[in-house]
Ligand binder design. Structure first.
Ligand code: ADP
Length: 323
C-alpha cells in the first residue's frame, strides 16, 4: 500500500478531525501519499479527491465536525456507483482506504471491498457508542459531556421553579448517552431502548417521592426509547400527575458539535495511527476498536450495530442513587 484515501461517512461526530489528522500524518511518516475524499462515498463517485499534506491537517485536532465533510450517498448503494468510485480511486492510484463512520459506512465498505480489490480499514466514529467490537467510539465522550453540561443548566432552572424536566438525548438504538449523562447528572429515571420502560412504575415512583417530599427535577430519556421520546413521556406524566409542572427539553443537534474532549482526541489519534499500521501489515476489511484499553480488530461484517446489554448493576446504581 503506497497511496491511501481517508474519508468520513454517515453521521458526523466530534473527533473525526483528530482521526483524519492521525491518518494523514502517520501515512506521510511512512512515505505514503495520502488523499482526502470529500463527503464520504459520494466524493469517491464524484472524484472529489484531494491530496493531503501535513499542513492540510494543521489546527484541526480541536475542531468538531469534519474537514472532509460527510454525507449519505444513495449512489454508493448501486453497483454502478461503486464501480465509478473504484475507477476514480484507480485513477489516483489509491490502493488502501480508511473509513471513519458508523455501521452503515462499514456495510458500504464491506460491499465495495468484496467487489474490488481495495483493502478497507474502518474506524468507529459515532456519538452513539453502538458498534460491536469497541468499548469506545470517536465522538461519544464529547457528546455525553455536552449533554451533561446542558442537563446541569436545566437542573438549575428546574430546581429554582420546582419543575420536572423530561430531557431527551440522542440515541436511536443505543441508550448510552442517556445512561451515562443521566447517572452523571443525578437524573431520577433513565429511559433507554435496551431496557423495558414501564411508565406506570415511573409515575408510582414519582408519587412515592412526592409523599417523602423529595424534589424530583429530571428524567433523561433516549430518543429511541420504546415510549417514543421526551414529548410522549411528558404527555403521560402530565396526564397522570397534572399538579406537577412538567416540561420537555430535547437537546438535539448540540450533542453532535463542539470541540472534542481529551478522550475523543486520544482515541481518534490512536485509531488513526493504527489504521495506517494495519494497511501496511496487509490487514483488510477490518474495523479497529479499543477493548479493555487494547486495540481490537473486528471483521467489517461483524462490526454491526450492537444492542449491548446494559448491566443490571448500572440500573441498580441508578435506582439506589436516585432514592
Ligand atoms: P453510518 O455510517 O453513520 O451508520 P449510514 O447508515 O447513513 O451512516 O451509512 C453511510 C453511507 O454508507 C450510506 O449513505 C451509503 O453511502 C453507505 N452504505 C450504507 N449501507 C450500505 C450498503 N448496504 N451498501 C452500500 N453502501 C452502503
Amino acid at each position: 500500500v503506497t497511496k491511501i484515501g481517508v474519508l468520513t461517512s454517515g453521521g458526523d461526530a466530534p473527533g473525526m478531525n483528530a482521526a483524519i489528522r492521525a491518518v494523514v500524518r502517520t501515512g506521510l511518516y511512512h512515505n505514503m501519499e495520502v488523499f482526502g475524499i470529500m463527503r464520504g462515498y459520494q466524493g469517491m463517485i464524484d472524484d472529489d479527491i484531494v491530496p493531503m499534506h501535513s499542513r492540510s491537517v494543521a489546527n484541526i485536532i480541536q475542531r468538531g465536525g469534519t474537514i472532509l465533510k460527510t454525507a449519505r450517498s444513495k449512489d454508493f448503494f448501486e453497483p454502478e456507483g461503486r464501480k465509478r468510485a473504484y475507477e476514480n480511486l484507480k485513477k489516483h492510484g489509491i490502493d488502501g482506504l480508511v473509513i471513519i463512520g458508523g455501521d452503515g459506512s462499514f456495510r458500504g465498505a464491506q460491499k465495495f471491498s468484496n467487489e474490488f480489490d481495495i483493502p478497507c480499514i474502518g474506524l468507529p466514529g459515532t456519538i452513539d457508542k453502538d458498534i460491536a467490537g469497541s468499548d469506545f467510539t470517536i465522538g461519544f465522550d464529547t457528546a455525553v459531556n455536552t449533554a451533561i453540561e446542558a442537563i446541569d443548566k436545566i437542573r438549575d432552572t428546574a430546581d429554582a421553579h420546582d419543575r420536572l424536566f423530561i430531557i431527551e438525548v440522542m440515541g436511536r438504538d443505543a441508550g448510552y448517552i442517556a445512561l451515562h449523562s443521566g447517572i452523571a447528572t443525578g437524573a431520577e429515571h433513565i429511559l433507554i431502548p435496551e431496557t423495558k420502560t414501564d411508565l406506570e412504575l415511573v409515575v408510582d415512583s414519582l408519587e412515592e417521592k412526592e409523599r417523602r417530599k423529595k424534589l424530583v427535577n429530571m428524567i433523561v430519556v433516549a430518543e429511541g426509547d420504546e415510549t417514543g421520546g421526551g414529548n410522549e413521556v411528558a404527555a403521560i406524566i402530565k396526564k397522570r400527575l397534572p399538579h406537577l409542572d412538567t416540561r420537555v427539553c430535547i437537546l438535539g443537534h448540540i450533542q453532535r458539535g463542539g470541540s472534542p474532549t481529551c478522550l475523543d482526541r486520544l482515541i481518534a489519534s490512536r485509531l488513526g495511527y493504527a489504521a495506517v499500521d494495519s494497511l501496511i501489515e496487509g490487514k483488510h476489511n477490518t474495523m479497529i476498536g479499543i477493548m479493555n484499553n487494547k486495540l481490537h480488530y473486528t471483521p467489517l461484517d461483524k462490526a454491526v450495530k450492537a444492542k449491548q446489554r446494559i448491566s443490571d448493576e448500572w440500573m441498580k446504581i441508578v435506582k439506589i442513587l436516585a432514592s
